[in-house]
Design a protein around this ligand. Structure first.
Ligand code: PLP
Length: 393
């Protein structure tokens, strides 16, 4: 692998390993185990396995290693560990590094399952978690204290697209020696520079833009070699959240086309957000790429483009939102994002249904809010579909 490859080259060739057959496309090593030449060789490998010496697919596998090395090269991270889902990555990274008595500071605007891990799971094991409004640096500064062990946030929050200042929060965290973990799904690996901006650990749900075609669940934890191999790997390999070789192969193929897909989706998202802003049926159009977004300048400084998700808030609340969704002909009602197919979600009644009303209010999850994950269809067709849906709202 070459260190001076640009991301698009790394996304196509990074991490490649070829068998004796010299196959062009990556092989799927669909094997649980590996055979040793001798009993002594087996013993030696259990004492210390090199990066290309495998023991058992829960510990590592050649196809999975290709995916890990490819995404690490792309992200500019020293190393990566692939997991069975995005949540296996989030929970694994946190559980691997924390112990009872540790203090964590997290932003409140989180994906529901991330909130569950921080609020319900970690606290059960004696970890203290403080939640802050992630856009308010004063709240971060007040909550991070000597002894704070970790800081966790989504760089762009779901579903209301608040942008958190990675550089500023990392500076506050590093002053007390805390590790900064960033769930970077909405920023995407294509537009992220999170490690250069101060993040120690970057986490992706590979289910989203990395697969990009809605097939497989996966996740990845990226960080320093020491953190990945000495902290994450021992925890993950013994607790069982490994990525399957088949999934790793889907994700490798996804990485090859990710830049083209995500750039097209982000360009379409910006065009759609611009076209919809000011529409009489909409109370708000939320997209970090619009100058009206409260963190527009931060978004432009932090990521190359503002992402593939737009949030719109319909006048007329839930009834209008439902009429709009039910009228769509191209956009699909579902709850994933980052897919080639445009997906629309009503967070208040689905992904964030569990939240009490006061928390929905605090997070801006209004009854009229619809999250729009822009796909790869022709943007003119999408806009026409959205406009006719709004007419019927
Ligand atoms: C989807 C998502 C996750 C969880 O990923 P899964 O692959 O579904 O487990 C975590 N964080 C964010 C921000 C997400 O969008």
């Amino acid at each position: 692998m070459s260190d001076d490859w640009k991301p698009r080259t790394a996304a196509v060739h990074g991490g490649s390993r070829r068998s004796q057959y010299g196959e062009l496309s990556e092989a799927i090593f669909l094997t649980q185990g590996f055979v040793y030449d001798s009993a002594e060789a087996a013993e030696a490998r259990f004492i210390e396995a090199g990066r290309d010496e495998f023991i058992y697919a829960r510990y590592g596998n050649p196809t999975v290693a290709m995916f890990e090395d490819r995404i690490a090269a792309l992200e500019g991270a020293e190393d990566a560990f692939a997991t069975a889902s995005g949540m296996a990555a989030v929970s694994g990274a946190l559980m691997a590094m924390l112990k009872a008595g540790d203090h964590v500071v997290a932003s409140r605007a989180l994906f529901g399952s991330c909130l569950y891990v921080l609020e319900e799971v970690l606290t059960r094991y004696g970890v203290e978690v403080s939640f802050v409004d992630g856009t308010d640096l004063g709240q971060w500064a007040a909550a991070i204290r000597p002894g704070t062990r970790a800081v966790f946030f989504e760089s762009v929050s779901n579903p209301t697209l608040e942008v958190i200042d990675i550089k500023a929060v990392s500076e506050l965290a590093h002053k007390v020696g805390a590790i900064v973990l960033v769930d970077n799904v909405f920023a995407t690996p294509v537009f992220s520079r999170a490690i250069a901006q101060g993040a120690d650990v970057v986490i992706y749900s590979a289910t989203k833009h990395i697969d990009g075609q809605g097939r497989t669940l996966g996740g990845v934890i990226l960080g320093t070699r020491a953190f990945i191999r000495k902290v994450v790997e021992p925890y993950m390999k013994h607790t069982g959240g490994a990525m399957s070789p088949f999934t790793a192969w889907v994700m490798l193929k996804g990485l090859e086309t990710m830049s083209l897909r995500v750039n097209a989706q982000a360009d379409a998202a910006l065009a759609i957000a611009r076209a919809l802003e000011g529409h009489p049926r909409l109370a708000r159009v939320i997209y970090p790429g619009l100058p009206s977004h409260p963190q527009h300048a931060l978004s432009a400084a932090q990521t190359a483009k503002a992402g593939t998700v737009v949030a719109i808030d319909l006048e007329g609340g839930q009834a209008a939102a439902f009429r709009f969704l039910n009228a769509l002909k191209i956009g699909k009602i579902s709850n994933n994002l980052g897919d080639a197919k445009t997906i629309l979600t009503h967070p208040a009644t689905t992904t964030h249904q569990r939240l009490p009303q006061d928390q929905k209010d605090a997070l801006g999850i209004t009854p009229g809010l619809v999250r729009l994950s822009v796909g790869l269809e022709d943007p003119d067709d999408l806009l026409a579909d959205i406009r006719q849906g709004l007419e019927r709202a």
